[in-house]
Design a protein around this ligand. Sequence first.
Ligand SMILES: [Zn+2]
Length: 105
Amino acid sequence: MADRKAELVMELDALNEQIRALEEALEVKPDYGMGVGDPAVTQWELDQALLERLKIHADGLRDAIARYESGKYGICERCGKPIHPDRLAVLPDTTLCIDCAQKGR
Ligand SMILES: [Zn+2]
């Protein structure tokens, strides 16, 4: 299980790199005077949305690492059963087992 944590930390590091690069790129806002539908503006907005998603993902990974450190990683938050490793491989920051996830929040 220790490898899994190293993977999470590596993923978070990579994500932080991406967030930093994107934040730098977004500091330069394209000129809206060009008009709506300008490709530079559209790209800027897409990057902004991407940045938000990356940040949410980074938060999830930080949570996962914290749960790891308290020995709760891979345990369903709702029912306390272990989360299937296949599910964790796809969704490393999930807090619910497949059964609870399917029942909804
Ligand atoms: Zn569960």
